[in-house]
Ligand binder design. Structure first.
Ligand code: SF4
Length: 684
């Protein structure tokens, strides 16, 4: 240990990486975090994964942290005062708004930042930019969940709790989730359930750890989830295993979906998904017959040009067998970033005010106009993916990016690069000089999770405290103070005494958060929304008596192939995802020396048969090309992916898969197709 226990204090907070929401103690000595340990929490029971344990503190005190506002002059950043930076932003944004109209401005909020920051950010965009062009990075991970489950169930969130879906079930149906790497603590709970006798059905194009331990692994072709789901439903109906009573009493749209899935015979689906028809039959019957069986899914379902239909297909399966609104069941998306659920809950969406109150409903607009004392726009906002398209067309002139790095995270890097170059005035509020920040006109130094008070909402809708452990350094400011200062300079005086005051405002205006307060959380209460009044206990399992939309809706989904498929010129399918040691852009985990010793460079997984044909050996350097870009990386040759398929992450600057990926968008949620594009590979 680097410290003596009596010289330290412990601050209990929430992990800043994935949306499992593990509780942790930051060990602080002389104003610095010197270690992190697990703390008991409902999701983690004291466990932490490698990212939480070793990747949560080095970055807070990194010498790379931004400490002063910067203004770009003649192509170079120069240190500026807060007055200079904020006056410049206020005058440029006001000028652009006058010249091109409010919808020429947009803001991206930060799914890593607390709820309170996100609430004030969207309030800033709506009150002083006067537009609904506000979004967050859920757009590129789970916007299909938010849209899809809202359509079918009435609420775009996980239906059950982490404890419930990992302790109750007899069978788990896990689709497109590499849980042991992307949500490691949930992954370890699933493995514990397996050891205790729970059966696992894993639907994944790769041989992940859970796939290796599964009772049935359906190694489907990426991009065929809807066909898979319709095949499962075909078998359930053919076997007479559907829950007729539940369907009649609680759902609508069944006749149409029944007609559609009749065409998806096991043999037809096996051919589309490239799996065994008998294994599909066995999986459908195993899932349907189990009393308690949750569907757990992740980005393998959402990140497609048909992602929303993939999500709705998951709820179709669960409703068919009456498995929503019950313990040990449900439809359970594992959200990505620590507070991506919260950024959506707080209204950082172009279509929704906080609590998913619709931005196109006159009564919602007038409620917020009255509360905030301004006129609000009723025009439809753009998603972040649409903002880049609009910027390339010259329609977005001013952009404010809070804690996102789209040059690294968004598909087709070249397209994002052009869009940022086209924007007249770009503000980036960040912890570090990121690749995106380099394009900015003004950079503002914000606060990390360990320097502020607030709350994160984890994947199971649980609102948990974030607590200040160390002081701000240099001229860093609280992000909410920066937003309020800018709002004031743009003619809308704004100020909050504390993060708790912000949550009180959220609770007043957001029915599903009506009973949530710092006072209750600090008393030790553990609250999952909907939590509608001051002594409401929260809602662990949703849709028990009635769906949030009334009746559950069977969406009539038909299979459509991915937007770009392999062909003669680009014969290999590229699938992308995350790995255990790093989190997304590596802005945090990449500053942990220990983690970098284990994992510090890019790779591409390819099948041994393709490698043989191409003369590529394990660990050879290879060049990879798509229609949008190229890169060089290391080949990992084996059986992890099927012949004709490959896999990369976007964590590493030496080989970011997003130089290759396709920005084709889903029609409902505008989520891009990260999981399928066509590439060619050659030995370097
Ligand atoms: Fe943090 Fe997620 Fe790991 Fe838990 S599982 S410690 S929340 S990264």
């Amino acid at each position: 240990k680097k410290y003596r226990v009596w010289e330290t204090k412990k601050v209990t907070t929430t992990c800043p990486h994935c949306a499992t929401g593990c509780q942790m103690n930051l060990i602080v000595k002389k104003g610095k975090i010197v270690a992190v340990e697990g703390a008991p929490g409902p999701a983690n029971e004291g466990q932490l994964c490698v990212k939480g344990r070793f990747g949560s503190h080095d970055f807070v005190h990194s010498p790379d942290r931004l400490k002063h506002p910067l203004i770009k002059k003649n192509g170079k950043f120069e240190q500026a005062t807060w007055d200079e930076a904020l006056d410049l932003i206020a005058s440029k944004m006001t000028e652009l708004k006058k010249k091109y109209g409010p919808n020429s401005l947009a803001g991206f909020s930060c799914s890593r930042a607390p709820n309170e920051d996100n609430y004030v950010m969207q309030k800033m965009v709506r009150t002083v930019f006067e537009t609904n062009n506000v979004d967050n990075c859920a757009r590129v991970c789970h916007s299909a969940t938010v849209a899809g489950l809202a359509i079918t169930l009435g609420s775009g969130a996980m239906t059950n709790t982490i404890k419930d879906i990992t302790e109750e079930p007899e069978v788990m149906l896990i689709v497109g989730s590499n849980t042991t790497e992307a949500h490691p603590v949930i992954g370890s709970r699933i493995r514990r359930a397996k050891q205790n006798g729970c059966k696992l059905i894993v639907v994944d194009p790769r041989e992940t750890t859970l796939a290796e331990e599964a009772d049935i692994h359906l190694k489907i072709r990426p991009g065929t989830n809807v066909a898979f789901a319709n095949g499962i439903m075909n078998i359930i109906i053919s076997e007479g295993l559907e829950d007729k009573e539940y369907i009649a009493a609680r759902t609508e749209g069944y006749d149409e979906i029944k007609k559609i899935v009749a065409e998806y015979t096991p043999e037809k689906v096996a051919a589309i998904c490239r799996i065994d028809a008998d294994a599909l039959r066995e999986a459908a019957i195993m899932y349907a017959k189990a009393e308690k069986a949750p569907i757990i899914y992740c980005l393998g379902v959402t990140e497609h040009s048909t992602g929303t239909e993939g999500v709705m297909s998951m709820s179709n399966i669960a409703m068919l067998v009456g498995k929503i609104g019950k313990a040990g069941c449900g439809v359970n998306p594992l959200r990505g970033q620590n507070n991506v659920q919260g950024a959506c809950d707080m209204g950082c969406l172009p279509t929704d005010f906080p609590g998913y109150q619709k931005a196109n409903k006159p009564e919602v607009i007038s409620k917020f106009e009255k509360a905030w004392g301004v006129s609000l726009s009723s025009s439809k906002g753009l998603t972040s993916t649409e903002v880049f398209v609009a910027a390339n067309e010259g329609k977005i002139k001013g952009l404010y990016i809070f804690g996102e790095d789209p040059i690294v995270t968004d598909p087709d890097t070249g397209h994002v690069n052009n869009a940022l170059n086209n924007i007249e005035f770009l503000v980036v509020q960040e912890l570090f000089m990121t690749e995106t920040a380099a394009y900015a006109d003004v950079i503002l130094p914000g606060a990390s999770y360990a320097q502020k008070e607030g709350t994160f909402s984890n994947t199971e809708r649980r609102v948990q405290r974030v607590r200040k452990a160390v002081e701000l350094e240099g001229e860093q400011r609280l992000d909410t103070d920066i937003f309020c200062d800018l709002m004031t300079r743009m003619g809308y005086p704004a100020h909050y005494d504390s993060a708790s005051d912000i949550m009180d405002e959220v609770a007043r205006l957001t029915p599903s958060f009506g009973g949530i307060s710092f006072e209750r959380l600090d008393r030790g209460e553990s609250l999952q929304w909907p939590c509608t009044y001051s002594d409401h206990p929260g809602t662990p399992i949703m849709h028990c008596e009635v769906f949030s939309r009334g009746l559950g809706y069977f969406y009539p989904a038909v299979y459509k192939p991915a937007a770009e498929l392999p062909d003669e010129e680009y014969p290999i399918l590229l699938n992308t995802g995350r790995m255990l040691y790093h989190y997304n852009t590596r802005a945090m985990t990449g500053r942990s020396p220990g983690i970098n010793i284990i994992s510090n460079s890019s790779y591409i997984e390819i099948n041994y048969k393709d490698a043989q044909k191409l003369g590529i050996g394990n660990h050879d350097r290879v060049k990879v090309y798509s229609r949008r870009g190229e890169l060089e990386t290391e080949a990992l040759v084996g059986r992890k992916v099927n012949e004709g398929e490959s896999f990369m992450t976007f964590h590493f600057p030496d080989g970011n898969a997003n130089k290759l990926t396709n920005a084709a968008l889903d029609e409902f949620a505008r989520i891009p197709e990260y999981k399928v594009c066509a590439i060619k590979i050659e030995k370097a």
